[in-house]
Design a protein around this ligand. Structure first.
Ligand code: GDP
Length: 432
């Protein structure tokens, strides 16, 4: 959904205005000057159009420390917003701080709607016209407290939004949740932008689902996918104080919220420890995995040779991962992502019947028994698939199994039943 950021100095009435915009009178915390407040998103709806209102702390450009952090938050909010509502207190008029905010807003090049708040009576409403001098176009006089003028304001906000995208049905269970992760600069935001543009529809509303405002809906292969926790991924945000905001620092959260992860690697760079950590976090969270080698447009014959060796060496522990070689820049093979994600998700949710599992596993463990330990070879008694997403198997045995033997069973399970793109979990319960 489009994002509307509400910014302004402390005490100009932002919180009251946010309450007006979202149509309830609750929850929104009042400004406390100098107290850090994160950008808080609220769902709103006007004339059937859904959008997200982001409430920010009071913007004070030259303040120190905590107030600085609030200003940073406000700038991030502006840079990730589709429309900015800039609130000025008409009883005070435009202050130096307001003028400084105008500069920041100009830099952002976002559509800005100037609100002259606290225009509680006609005299103040007329007073509001003096704010034309701020150079932000027509000031909207409103009284957030009494509700005066908020309808006109909402109309203006809607007019300034990008046009509503088509509604696409995400299917009976809603769109699949994807985490787009990888170290900084591998091209996550480039890919997300590419996907949103190529397939055109960043979908606004999907039948039967609620989409968190920090997520993005993207159409791939005629279907809607929910890319989770992408706020801040579309744009690299740099604030005045030089703080860079990377969504990639929140890999763990995105992976947890997703069903399948696309781990982006930079084909032009060696596979790094940081890449390995991202891969590990996906496997440990038990999510389906697609590895996308991005920047494939930079891979020449030479690099190809070394890359193949590197992949053999560095990704040996993940022979089951699905690989695609893409370029977010040229769009190469980006259409391979959706089928790859489906294959991984199918594996992730695959179920093997207890009968088939036991028949096959009994034969396997009889043909290749566990090595003798302490004079005996522990045997399999019974196996069952205890769950899916990812597939989890429990083996009841006469004694503990070696890690090596469990790996052998996993390899054979994969050969027999697939599981391409999904981790699988095997636990052994020795009989007491
Ligand atoms: P993020 O930090 O993972 O979001 O990475 P960005 O999307 O900001 O990309 C980092 C840099 O890599 C930018 O300069 C991009 O233009 C560049 N880039 C991204 N994808 C590709 C690609 O497929 N090919 C090439 N040559 N450059 C790319």
């Amino acid at each position: 959904a489009p994002v509307v950021a509400v910014v302004g100095r402390p005490n100009v009435g932002k919180s009251t205005l946010v309450n007006r915009l979202i149509g309830r009178r609750q929850a929104v915390v009042e400004d406390v000057p100098g107290v850090t407040r994160d950008r808080v998103p609220y769902d709103a709806n006007w004339n059937g159009r859904r959008f997200t209102v982001v409430d920010t702390g009071g913007w004070e450009p030259d303040a120190k420390d905590r107030a600085r952090a609030i200003a940073d938050q406000a700038e991030i909010a502006v840079q990730t917003a589709d429309v900015v509502v800039f609130v000025v207190d008409v009883t005070v008029g435009a202050t130096d701080v307001d003028e400084a905010a105008v500069k920041m807003l100009r830099r952002s090049a976002k559509p800005v709607i100037l609100v002259a708040n606290k225009a509680d009576n006609q005299t103040l409403e007329i007073e509001a016209t003096s704010l034309w001098s701020m150079g932000l176009g027509e000031p909207y006089p409103i009284s957030a407290l009494h509700g005066r003028g908020s309808g006109d304001l909402l109309d203006a906000v809607l007019d300034a939004m990008p046009p509503a995208p088509p509604i696409i049905d995400g299917g009976p269970r809603g769109p699949r949740r994807v985490a787009l992760v990888g170290r900084p600069n591998v091209g996550k935001s480039s890919l997300l932008n590419k996907l949103s543009k190529e397939e055109r529809a960043v979908v606004d509303s999907v039948a039967g689902t609620t989409v968190d405002p920090v997520d993005s809906l993207v159409e791939m292969g005629g279907e809607v996918w929910q890319f989770v926790d992408t706020a801040g991924l579309r744009k690299r945000v740099k604030t005045a104080s030089g703080t860079e905001y990377y969504a990639s620092l929140r890999t763990a959260g995105a992976v947890e919220a997703a069903e399948v992860a696309v781990v982006l690697l930079d084909s032009a760079e060696p596979i790094s420890e940081q890449d390995q950590r991202v891969l590990t976090s996906v496997v440990e969270a038990g999510r389906a995995l697609v590895i996308a080698f991005n920047k494939w447009d930079l891979v020449d014959a030479d690099r190809r040779y070394y890359l193949d060796k590197e992949i053999d060496r560095e990704l040996r522990r993940l022979p089951w991962a699905i690989r695609v070689n893409i370029s977010a820049k040229t769009g190469r093979a980006v259409d391979k992502l959706a089928p790859a994600l489906h294959r991984a998700l199918d594996s992730w949710e695959q179920r093997v019947s207890t009968g088939a599992l036991n028949q096959w596993l009994t034969a396997l463990t009889q043909a290749t028994p566990h090595p003798v330990r302490g004079g005996r070879a522990p045997r399999l008694l019974f196996a069952t698939q205890a769950g899916v997403a990812p597939p989890r198997f429990v083996l009841f045995t006469t004694g503990p199994f070696d890690a090596g033997y469990i790996r052998f069973i996993e390899r054979k399970l994969r050969e027999e039943f697939g599981y391409e793109g999904s981790p699988i979990d095997i636990s052994v319960r020795p009989r007491k």
